[in-house]
Design a binder for this molecule. Sequence first.
Ligand code: GRF
Length: 193
Amino acid sequence: MINIEIWASGAGSNALNIIHYFKKSQKINVARVSSNKSSAGVLVAAEAQGINTHVISTEEFVNGLYLEDLKRRGVNYIILAGFLKLVPRSIVQHYKGRMLNIHPSLLPNYGGKNMYGDNVHKAVLAAGESKTGITIHEVNEEFDKGKIVAQFHCDIDPNENLDTLRSKIRKLEHDNFPQVIEEFILNRSNPQS
Ligand code: GRF
């Protein structure tokens, strides 16, 4: 089995969607859901699905202990689904090419520090864009700057508002993120490394 660990900071609708997608997979196993926030809804939701969860402390994140834990547990890939903390360099380097993030805009537009969730949608609407979408990309040391793996587009209607755009983007994410993760992992010559 190829083990993936999902990191999320919020409600975790993407995390849950990924859990459901891989539930019956013979190849990919969601080994754990971790969050930097003990109050994140994703932890309760993942536990209800029988998935192990963990709250990553800032200390273990930056002092290398969490990386050691990931290695010890044989985590092959890390998937960021609404994870709002910058990933330490040591983890980025160890998981280079094996860590994906999802972003609710067409990067490089509307990315960077503090560009997440509704902040992105509001900026897209304020700019009067006629199209937007989502980006799935590898993670490097900078927010939203890693190599782009896939993008999916949608139109912005003339009467689009924050609620409708948020729903549209979430649907695009749910419809595409698990499949992109699967292809990204299984298309490698050695998916386990
Ligand atoms: C998603 O829009 C994702 O693109 C962004 O954070 C949001 C997470 O939503 N990075 P959810 O917690 O998965 O519902």
